[in-house]
Design a binder for this molecule. Structure first.
Ligand code: G
Ligand code: G
Ligand code: MN
Ligand code: NA
Length: 254
């Protein structure tokens, strides 16, 4: 309860901040997007990672106003970068399950786009499989509504949740993100290698773009490239960075 109270104050005091982790297209080698990842810059405790507060924010439903702030801030930042002459990036935002159950999510997303002037196609919303397994009809309607707005939709942490995969034939996600837990030991564990190959095959067959997360070394990169992965995100490329560091890095990137 104490954490919940201080999070409410933190939201009012603008103590939350977005970091950005680059995503690279494997064919061109170019940065094509960034995932926005929330951090809490606590006046006393310093930078707090989302794993420390998102679960409590979920429990208290504070993740809804927090997530709505994330949407607006990510759109604002992406539009500001474009206005400054940075080539268009797709900005990926994590949507909590509770946000997808908000009745007015479509309005909130449309407002964030309108307020920033960002084109809908430059915004990507990440949902997890578990989201698609609850209140299926409502969630499907919401996903279709989001698609009509023109935003991109991706499945995050693919392969880690309970899932029947049946949602894949009911909704055409634009992108599938291979969870980093399968990528980590890819080059030493034949089971992980087989799973990653199967996921990439599934994604490609269903017409989705496939991005691998948590790519840390050249060996993983070589395997993923060979397997037909479209894009990567991970420490090999760069870690999540504060907005100013991200853009400074982008300007000097090869
Ligand atoms: O930034 P880091 O790699 O520590 O992120 C850990 C996890 O926290 C991510 O996998 C993501 O699921 C979650 N997360 C980060 N930012 C957000 C956010 O803005 N909203 C929600 N709902 N989850 C986030
Ligand atoms: O939304 P998602 O759960 O995918 O969030 C990505 C998380 O993974 C973030 O917390 C980010 O800091 C972390 N991360 C990003 N790249 C790497 C990586 O290459 N290796 C590891 N171990 N973690 C990473
Ligand atoms: Mn994510
Ligand atoms: Na993920």
């Amino acid at each position: 309860l104490q954490l919940e109270t201080s999070m409410r104050q933190a939201l009012a005091n603008s103590e939350f901040e977005l970091f950005y982790q680059p995503q690279a297209d494997l064919a061109s080698g170019e940065v094509i997007g960034a995932e926005a990842l929330i951090r809490w810059r606590h006046p006393e405790h310093g930078l707090i990672p989302p794993g420390k507060f998102i679960p409590v924010a979920e429990e208290s439903r504070l993740v809804v106003p927090m997530g709505n702030w994330v949407l607006r801030e990510a759109c604002r930042q992406a539009a500001a970068w474009q206005a400054a002459g940075v080539p268009p990036l797709t900005i990926a935002v994590n949507l909590s399950p509770l946000q997808l159950h908000q009745a007015n999510l479509l309005e909130i997303v449309a407002d964030a786009l309108a307020a920033s002037g960002l084109e809908a196609q430059c915004l990507e919303l990440e949902v997890t499989e578990s989201v698609v397994m609850q209140e299926v009809e409502h969630v499907m309607a919401m996903l279709h509504g989001l698609k009509r707005l023109g935003v991109k939709l991706s499945i995050d942490d693919f392969g880690t949740g309970y899932s029947s995969l049946s949602y894949l034939k009911r909704f055409a996600f634009d992108k599938l993100k291979v969870d980093q837990s399968f990528v980590r030991d890819l080059t030493t564990d034949p089971n992980d290698a087989a799973i990653v190959l199967a996921i990439i095959g599934l994604g490609k067959t269903l017409g989705m773009s496939v991005l691998a997360e948590g790519v840390e070394n050249q060996e993983q990169l070589a395997f993923l490239r060979n397997a037909g992965t479209d894009a990567i995100q991970g420490f090999l490329f760069n870690r999540p960075l504060p907005a100013d560091e991200f853009i400074a890095w982008l300007r000097t990137a090869p």
